[in-house]
Ligand binder design. Structure first.
Ligand code: ACO
Length: 451
């Protein structure tokens, strides 16, 4: 008998926090007169979950939840988001504190290991990451296989996937040491590969990593230095880059992270999994949004054209969205967007772009959108991408590099989540089911007899 999909389900009784203890709390689902009980699990904070792992076995039914809007796909201790309150915590630490006081490698350590490092741990971690920043020399030949006008994200998908062909000694996922070496390699090499993708795109020679520089400054150096003259990294821009990396480091079970987890659930090696995450991140509804937000500001062109654009956004038939606005989880101001907005002003001032004509358009758009009932009713607030595009442009990056920078920053989140998944005793291959609405069994018809 084909499995049935749950119809409207009656939950008995209504579950409130008070009803729930760590053990013994259940949700009852009544189906055709039969009651089925499922355990309710309580997290340390955030909504409780009904553990429906046995639902199919008990009832012959699946649940239907496109986009996983009501589904927790895993248990995690890494990142917590309260979308209604606009809160983002990494291992308990608020993102604004990490962005204000931390450096990126400290946040990497926190995400990977669970706690902020001591001074000695931090020095050791920095040393290990720094000593892995070069890529195998043969990899540079790999780049020349791409067209010069290839999108750097296309290059990233290919080259990062190819890491597994270069670092065979860190692809055995059952070995904790190899897993850690792969994690360090990915965090360390991603800026180098990203900078190489950029240099290849603009036809300049690759610049090798400089280990005396910190993570963000080294990245700027590899992107903007040329062999024929000295390049001094601007400390204001290096700090801004560092903070942009911190703001994008992890965001719990977003589309690309879930992609990495699903890819890894089959036992695929970490380099291949991160390449899958990069492919997912590329989409304009996810990491591609800052590129799209900047293109949108340029398309609007001037403040007086904003009302016309907003009317298009509100028109159901237009398919136009306000890019950099809205979020699946945040139904409040994205806490990262606040920090990004402040940083945007600092970077524009430092780089002499304070008069960038796109900035007044962004500020006015934000003001209008925050006061317009269409956006208020739908709880659409600026997300981190709304200001990151203008900031990155002022720093000298072309729009095609924006999502690449996001991938550099998110690598630590992806690999931390992957590592947590591999060690989770509950871990199974990710294999969702479906509500099938296609043709049922029919017999093959010879081509001469088909109508
Ligand atoms: N502009 C205009 N309307 C919007 C927007 C937007 N940016 N986002 C959502 N809406 C509207 C929808 O049309 C819908 O309206 P309706 O109820 O009248 O049909 C309602 O708000 C709910 O939208 P959904 O698409 O159901 O929300 P979902 O949670 O699936 O989408 C998403 C979230 C993809 C981020 C969406 O808000 C969006 O497309 N935003 C623009 C792209 C963007 O900035 N992405 C970056 C996300 S953050 C990141 O990846 C770092």
């Amino acid at each position: 008998m084909p499995p049935r999909v749950l119809p409207a389900v009656r939950m008995l009784p209504h579950i409130s926090r008070e009803d729930i203890g760590m053990t013994g709390s259940t949700a009852k689902i009544e189906l055709g007169g039969d009651a089925h009980e499922f355990k309710v699990r309580k997290g340390s904070v955030g909504p409780d979950v009904i553990d429906i792992g046995a639902l199919y076995k008990d009832t012959g039914m699946f649940t239907y939840d496109p986009g996983f809007t009501s589904t927790a796909s895993c248990e995690s201790k890494i990142t917590y988001i309260d979308g209604d309150e606009g809160v983002l915590l990494h291992r308990g630490y608020p993102i604004d504190q990490l962005a204000e006081h931390g450096d990126f490698l400290e946040v990497c350590y926190l995400l990977l290991y669970g706690d902020l490092p001591t001074k000695a741990q931090k020095e050791d971690f920095d040393f290990r990451v720094t000593r892995h920043t070069m890529v195998h020399e043969q990899m540079s030949k790999f780049f020349s296989g791409f067209r010069r006008d290839a999108h750097p994200m296309a290059v990233m998908c290919g080259v990062v996937g190819a890491l597994s062909a270069f670092y065979h000694d860190s692809t055995d996922i059952s070995d904790p040491h190899q897993r850690m070496v792969a994690s360090i390699r990915l965090i360390a090499k991603m800026p180098t590969i990203a900078a190489m993708a950029y240099k290849y795109h603009i036809g300049q020679p690759f610049v090798y990593p400089k280990n005396e520089l910190n993570y963000a400054a080294n990245f700027l150096h590899m992107c903007f230095a040329v062999p024929c003259e000295d390049y001094k990294v601007n400390p204001v821009l290096a700090r801004a880059m560092e903070r942009i990396f911190i703001l994008h480091a992890d965001h719990e079970q977003n589309a690309s992270t879930s992609t990495v987890r699903i890819a890894g659930s089959s036992g695929a090696n970490p380099f291949a999994c991160i390449a899958a995450g990069i492919a997912c991140l590329w989409g304009p509804a996810h990491g591609g949004a800052n590129e799209a937000a900047l293109a949108m500001l340029a398309e609007i062109g001037s403040v007086d054209k904003i009302p016309e654009f907003i009317a298009k956004v509100k028109d159901k038939n237009s398919q136009v969205r306000l890019m950099g606005f809205g979020h699946r989880v945040y139904k409040n101001y994205d806490p990262r967007a606040k920090i990004m907005q402040q940083m945007c002003h600092k970077v524009l001032k430092e780089t002499g772009h304070a008069n960038d004509p796109l900035l007044p358009i962004a500020l006015e758009l934000e003001k209008i959108a925050l006061n317009d009932p269409y956006f208020i009713e739908r709880k659409l607030y600026p997300n981190v991408d709304f200001y990151s595009g203008i900031t990155l442009k002022a720093m000298g990056f072309p729009t095609s590099m924006f999502t690449v920078l996001f991938a550099v920053a998110r690598t630590v989140g992806w690999i931390s989540q992957w590592s947590e998944m591999i060690q989770d005793p509950q871990q199974k291959i990710g294999r969702p089911r479906q509500l099938f609405s296609g043709a049922t069994t029919r017999d093959y018809v010879d081509i001469s007899k088909r109508k």
